[in-house]
Write a protein that binds this ligand. Structure first.
Ligand SMILES: [Zn+2]
Length: 385
């Protein structure tokens, strides 16, 4: 099967993150076993999803070192989107294949699977590995589980290429994602008796303003990186809920914010001042009225940034494969930072465009699949005698 046929098949599995990916994983595992390979799965706790990892050993059976080709199997929901064709039936129009996940990122997985026979017939000097994850779209939850298992099995790949849609350009760095939920517990009262209550919404508002001031400060730091389209770290409050009625001083308010840090910036740089502010300004005022009042900050999504340091050899390999010197840095996050934190030098490079990802009528140009096929062909050549 070529990459287009594989992509048609993969789009046919509805692997929206909230559903199981096992049908797709089992299908791929079967294919790999029929090729004489030994894929292994790592399940989530509920065992309704799995990561798949397989090594195509180098001649002589060597399995250490080499390059991982990495993709996530889950896709974002199509709820509320106006699709011209069924999102889970691949539709070819104007040299583009339409379907959920066509660009993000079943296109890359399709190209990898189509290339497996070539990987096996090549005389590899270093192994190639395929890593397919679950739950990338809801906070990169699957990849760390797979990386832990990789370490247990003492497998030490040298490089990783994450095939998120970059239009086959090399992305050498990306920002991290950290999301937080801040819950403010005040004290309710009749709205005519405000001095007896602790208004959770109003304290939440103070905190949101404070966080926004920190966001402004991030924009004028001296250590911006202008290789990113947004050269500073961003902070945005995106959700808020609280209150029960106009005439009740609300006792509860929760809001969520996300922090997209530049690779060299830490979580603590943002959170420490917020915690200090809560301790110094917010809690004393709230607890003066209601000693039980409190504020709880929870760190939810933690997707590490991808750093471009100490990665020159891999960059040079990719420049050779894509025949393009360009080294991009992007705002969106991938599993790349997780691979890098496991000691595997990583870049992002894959077919399709990020601009159509997550949208209605997502598509991939056949030309992009062709470029990725050639990229993998060149990679196999570069890793064999
Ligand atoms: Zn993706």
């Amino acid at each position: 099967m070529d990459s287009v046929a594989w992509l048609r098949k993969l789009i046919g599995f509805d692997t929206t993150s909230r559903t199981s990916n096992m049908a797709l994983i089992n299908d791929i595992a079967n294919y790999l076993e029929n090729q004489g390979l030994s894929p292994w799965l790592v399940h989530n706790n509920k065992r309704d999803k799995a990561n798949l990892f397989v090594t195509i050993p180098a001649s002589g059976g060597q399995t250490n070192g080499g390059v991982i080709l990495s993709g996530h199997t889950d896709v974002v929901p199509v709820d509320g989107q106006e699709w011209v064709s069924d999102p889970f039936v691949a539709d070819l129009r104007n040299n583009c294949l339409y379907g959920r996940g066509s660009s993000d990122m079943k296109g890359f997985i399709a190209c990898i699977l189509a290339a497996v026979p070539s990987m096996q017939s090549a005389k590899l000097t270093k192994p190639l590995h395929i890593a397919l994850s679950y739950d990338e779209e809801i906070g990169c939850l699957g990849a760390p589980v797979m990386l832990t298992e990789l370490a247990k099995r003492n497998l030490q790949p040298q490089y990783c290429i994450v095939g998120e849609p970059t239009s086959m350009q090399m992305v050498i760095a990306h920002k991290g994602i950290n999301t937080f939920c801040c819950e403010v517990h005040g004290k309710n009262a009749h709205s005519s008796l405000t001095p007896q209550g602790v208004n959770a919404i109003e304290y939440a508002a103070k905190l949101i303003v404070f966080i926004n001031q920190l966001a402004q400060q991030l924009q004028s730091r001296a250590d911006l990186d202008h290789a990113f389209d947004v050269p500073f770290a961003t902070v945005s409050t995106g959700m808020i809920r609280g209150g029960t009625a106009i005439n009740i001083v609300p006792e509860y308010c929760a809001f969520e914010f996300d922090y997209r840090n530049l690779p060299h910036m830490t979580v603590a740089e943002l959170i420490q001042p917020i915690e200090d502010y809560i301790e110094r300004e917010i809690l004393p005022a709230m607890q003066a009225i209601a000693p039980e009042a409190n504020v709880k900050l929870t760190h939810n999504v933690q997707v590490p940034a991808l750093n471009d340091v100490d990665n020159q050899q891999l960059h040079e390999l990719i420049v050779h494969l894509v025949d393009d010197e360009h080294r991009a840095k992007v705002a969106y996050a991938t599993e790349g930072g997780q691979f890098q934190n496991s000691g595997i030098n990583t870049v992002v490079c894959g077919p399709g465009s990020i601009s159509v990802a997550h949208k209605a009528n997502e598509y991939i140009e056949l030309e992009q699949l062709g470029r990725c096929d050639r990229f993998l062909h060149e990679l196999i050549k570069s890793q064999s005698v």
